[in-house]
Write a protein of this length. Sequence first.
Lengths: 137, 306
Amino acid sequence: MSWTQLGYSFAGVIALALIARWLRLGESRIASVAQAREAAEQMLAGFVAHDAVIGTDGGAALVAGNGTIAVLKRHGARIAARRLIAPLALSQGIEGVRIETGERLFGSVLLFGVTDAEVRAIEASAGRPRDVVVTLH
Amino acid sequence: MELPDPVPYAVPGFIALVLVEMVVARLRDRTRYEPRDTLTSLLLGLGSTLAGALSVGLVYAMALWVWQFRLFDIGYQWYWFVLAFVLDDLSYYVFHRSAHRVRWFWASHVIHHSSQHYNLSTALRQTWTGFVSMGFIFRLPLFLIGFPPAMIFFVAGLNLIYQFWIHTEVIDRMPGWFEAVMNTPSHHRAHHATNPRYLDTNYAGVFIVWDKMFGTFEPERADDRPHYGIVKNLGSFNLLWAAFHEWIGIAQDVWRAPGLRAKLGYLVMPPGWSHDGSRDTSETIKAQWRVRLDGMADGKNTDGVR
């Protein structure tokens, strides 16, 4: 492969990505609690979703499970998930609550418009003993 | 005999088809493509081409070295090309199955599965570390049989070209006879899926008959739509992380593992294996899924919650 071929190939790659952007491909959001719960169960083996809270911008969600918590974030047009254990490392800001995942490349996850109290409720839901009655919403 | 590399001739077609698929995505479902994902896939493809160009001489030299010990003298008649294509596809099946079942090979192959999207640009998301992982050893028996290296590299190029078009959601099903014999978008969607049902299935390159023969075939089902990616999705578009994350994981695990047996296990056991059984493999994921399915069939809540 010559430098000229490499240059043309690189230009072609950038052009295709720009066309995808120009066509406005990839736009999506976590639209509902039901979608967040389904995504958490689908992405994390053995995870059984209870309550969930989603960011008002549809960019992230937190789902209580059977002893653990799933943090979801919009990743491109899809959702990426991590399994966390309470208590979560979080910080409350003006925009919402930021959850630390402990992974530098996955990054922290901003739950836009969500309060600290809502996150603590999710933690409590995840920590409930398995033999108590749980109402799913 | 000099034979051309067919892949460069196919590249304009690849680009044209990606463009067509993007327009279809714009009309039908915008989430099929994502600009950053597409950029990552294409740059990984470009990097893979570069890495291949750097190592092709060595691989060819090794092929020639093995070929000198060949059992038969095979010529360049057309029927030998046909046989070479079929046997090369069988060697691809063995390689591909190993690439999913042996972590050393998976570390190289995982790049191709690291996108959560499934489109034609995903086909171009290829490894940077194929030479390091020594995936080429699976083709060496073909040279030992007597197939000339030039012939095998030519048919391998054709195999690669075939596998491009099956990375799409635009095509639902091909005609029945074709689905029965050939690898198709439907079969390969299942292969790229992380749904427990589809994990470690459909390793075929061109002919799906290998999976049917060796018990690894799983048809795509309308009631279990594929979710693409890897069991622990990256959640990042970082190019270097996509290319090397599993190698880094192996290095960390081997470093921390207690004893030689555990260290070796992290190299050769299936992805997800751990010396203390604390991680999920495709077997444990499938087992949990079956328990859950059985529980649902019995009307029980598998979480134990009433």
